[in-house]
Design a protein around this ligand. Sequence first.
Ligand code: NAD
Ligand code: IPM
Ligand code: MN
Length: 352
Amino acid sequence: MPKIAVLPGDGIGQEIIPQAVRVIKAVLGTKEAEFEFKEYLVGGVAIESVGKALPDETLRACQEADAVLLGAVGGPKWDHLPSPERPETAALLGLRKGLNFYANIRPVRMLPSLISTSTLKEEVLDGVDMVVIRELTGGVYFGEKGRSDNPRAAYDTMSYSEEEIRRILIKGFETAQIRGKKLCSVDKANVLETSRLWREIAIELAKDYPEVELTHLLVDNAAMQLVRNPKQFDVIVTENMFGDILTDLASMLGGSIGMLSSASLNGTKGMYEPAHGSAPDIAGKNLANPLATILSAALMLRYTFAMDEEAARIEAAVEKVLEQGYRTGDLARPGDKVLGTVEMTDAVLAVL
Ligand code: NAD
Ligand code: IPM
Ligand code: MN
């Protein structure tokens, strides 16, 4: 029986995950009985109840599951903890590394119905449709780090092996191959040794993908180009931290951080989570946009369970409710009627 480990986590994670589960179950219909959905503790809530952000039971369940559906982890209550115990590092990075989810896919698409809600100009956004592929288990997040107290100093090391770079670039080329055949590799090769190796390997691999046009951008320029003319991009591939920063920026090209879904893959096994965090500023108030999580659930059906039709049905339902003018606060303009997390999901379910 296919297993889905459900990890709501902290803050708005507790609100958006149950909504995404409602949508998955609705689209599965009678097939729901063929799946096992089981909820586990993760993040700050796990620290509170069992003293550990990534309890052994949760890790084991995720190892045994076909897919993990995660809300978000972290919050001010746990910010004082030493790095290895924090929800973000122990739980989120622990799961990504522990399950080797090295390929993070973040699709950014501007839906016509959301164009006018953006802070950017319509002509810049009209037609934006790109995928950012972020390396997720290497780089400065996982390199050697340390601290000394006298004198006060700290360091984090960015390191990458050839194999780590090669496999994520291959994911980039393969994705470009089945899309618009344009791959932009983003690095900082004017300064960083890891980026020089990255660029070298990208150029070597390009020979295997003659149909894909490979370009390179330095990350600072890439940030500027994403705002200046985002339509130039089809697929972007980049290292872990650059990808983190650029995808929050790129989320606004799709209307809101509340719309940005993500899949973290190791083959067909994956962890699916919205790109945003636990949003402590709006948590517990039924204000969060559930659509990034609902769209992540669609990615789960597509990538892990090869249920393309069901995934497309969810995506179409999301588009439909937005066309009908349904808005959560992050998408609303003055005068719009604002829906809560639950009511937005009700609207999606009504279309389904
Ligand atoms: P955040 O993404 O949680 O919030 C940034 C801003 O976007 C906030 O104003 C928030 O209200 C808004 N926002 C985010 N998601 C939204 C949604 N679905 N609907 C409407 N508005 C939304 O980032 P942050 O404030 O920098 O981080 C808060 C906490 O979340 C921190 O502890 C951080 O470490 C953690 N975090 C976790 C993850 C994760 O678990 N994947 C990702 C990012 C941040
Ligand atoms: C994300 C988040 C995480 C990251 C944090 C919470 C560790 O910002 O998934 O984008 O930096 O990868
Ligand atoms: Mn992030």
